[in-house]
Design a binder for this molecule. Structure first.
Ligand SMILES: [Zn+2]
Length: 477
């Protein structure tokens, strides 16, 4: 929170105003004369750059906070830290001045406290506070939000400051405004209306994707979403190098100034790299939008799938997973950490998923002849009571899903031919029949044809989409 007192603040403003009045008087011709020299005026009025520079080093200025928001999202908050302008262009009226001020909500700040720090009168603070509360619940004010003020700079020395208007964004697409009227203050909340347009952005990598995409005029949000879409396909550090190119097809959200501010949907992202083209297509399956490669493989999904019943038929489940199983005679808890499948001796046992054999052991009791496969950093499977191992299977062997890794038997603590099958997830046993198991996320059947239709549509849209206008090209819209 800003700490200096209201009166001191108003004094400072008054000094600035008097300084400016003297300056104006010295250079403005008599009433009715010719207009002031334009070189002293910026777009909005008097150029106060010299005052900004002069005051920047002063202690009070150090307490002005810079907004923390992203440049591209809040461009109007990123102008000079102090600007004052003449908003009453008629020469005969007294010069009215306003000061543009920014502050950032900090933890523990109240709205009234923030207004107090701007040197406003108590009566005004109460009114503004009440007005804002009608359009926005002030308890929801969040630390980090920038607030912009326009203050009346013509207040007399010693008098409280006076607000002309203030605004802050309470979400990505709405802004809360307070404005002074002839009868007091009024607050309203404006929803920003975005239009959507199919756009394609094509660029070449000269330094990094982020830098080059920004240079192309893509807003932060769009770059972030494009990167997320590709994060499991492209290694941005190793795969992308200067000379590569990228293409992003998206529904751009365009604000009232014609500026692309975000993407409603990213349809397609491709990178042409030394290692070939890496592309992802957006597709909705079972109500969920994901990105898939040309072969209908979902990006960012585990390629691992595990079988619930890793053996060739015929078999039947003879004993379920039961971590609290009691011994029928002693009554002691003897957990059954796997599932038993009764099957004829010699039935082929299959690797539940791709992986590496990490154990191939023969125990006289317990598991008997058994194999353990590690699939990834999360999953391991164990297959027990085998009659024998296949030839060539070793610790360290790489196996593919459904490779034969053993044959049903009754070695170890076993009363009949069966496979005892366990799955460990992060070191803990899970029920092979009831737990959610990783499934390879490749579209098949009708879903795959639907994806292929969408893929063709996306490729056609790449040619139909309007090219994102480069900010340096001078165009726009
Ligand atoms: Zn068992």
């Amino acid at each position: 929170m800003l700490t200096f007192a209201g009166a001191a603040k108003a004094d400072w403003i008054s000094q600035l105003v008097r300084f400016e009045r003297n300056f104006e008087a010295a250079r403005t011709p008599a009433i009715g004369g010719s207009a002031p020299d334009d070189q002293f005026r910026g777009q909005g009025g008097i150029d106060f750059g010299f005052l900004t520079r002069m005051l920047r080093g002063k202690k009070s200025m150090a307490q002005l906070r810079q907004p923390v928001a992203d440049d591209s999202l809040l461009p109007d908050l990123h102008q000079s830290e102090l600007a004052a302008r003449d908003f009453s262009p008629a020469i005969e009226s007294p010069v009215l001045l306003e000061l543009a001020r920014f502050t950032t909500v900090e933890r523990g700040d109240t709205f009234a406290g923030i207004l107090t720090a701007q040197g406003l009168a108590w009566a005004d603070i109460n009114e503004i506070n009440a007005d804002v509360n009608e359009v926005f619940r002030l308890t929801k004010l969040q630390a980090g939000w920038p607030i912009s003020f326009r203050l009346d700079a013509t207040v007399e020395p010693g008098a409280p400051g006076r607000l002309i208007s203030l605004h802050f964004e309470d979400s990505d697409n709405s802004t809360v405004w307070v404005e002074r009227t002839s009868v007091g203050y009024t607050a309203h909340r404006d929803e920003t209306v975005f239009t959507s347009k199919l756009l394609v952005a094509e660029g070449k990598i000269e330094s990094t994707f982020w830098v080059d995409a920004q240079a192309l005029g893509l807003p932060y949000q769009v770059i972030k979403k494009a990167e997320q879409a590709q994060q499991c396909v492209v290694d941005f550090k190793r795969d992308i190098s200067p000379g590569d190119s990228f293409r992003i097809l998206f529904d751009g959200l365009i604000d009232s100034n014609g500026k692309v501010v975000d993407a409603d949907k990213i349809h397609y992202v491709s990178f042409d790299t030394r290692k070939g083209r890496r592309e992802v297509f957006r597709f909705v399956s079972e109500g969920r939008a994901s990105f898939y490669d040309r072969q209908a493989r979902r990006s960012c999904s585990s390629s691992l799938s595990l079988l619930r019943e890793p053996l060739v038929r015929p078999f039947r489940m003879s004993s379920p997973f039961n971590p609290k199983r009691k011994h029928p005679i002693t009554g002691k808890i003897r957990p059954h950490r796997g599932v038993d499948f009764a099957a004829p001796r010699g039935t082929r046992i299959l690797a539940a998923g791709d992986g590496v054999v990490i154990a191939k052991r023969i125990h006289s009791g317990g598991y008997g002849k058994h194999v353990i496969i590690r699939h990834d950093s999360t999953y391991e499977t164990l297959y027990a009571h085998m009659s024998r191992f296949p030839k060539g299977l070793r610790v360290g062997s790489r196996v593919k899903q459904s490779d034969v890794i053993g044959y049903v038997g009754t070695t170890g603590s076993s009363t009949g031919n069966h496979l005892h099958y366990e799955i460990k997830k992060n070191g803990r046993h899970i029920d092979p029949l009831k737990s959610t198991l990783p499934r390879g996320q490749k579209l098949t059947g009708a879903k795959k044809s639907a994806f292929e239709d969408e893929q063709r549509a996306i490729i056609a849209r790449l040619d139909q989409a309007e090219a994102l206008a480069s900010p340096t090209a001078g165009g726009g819209g």
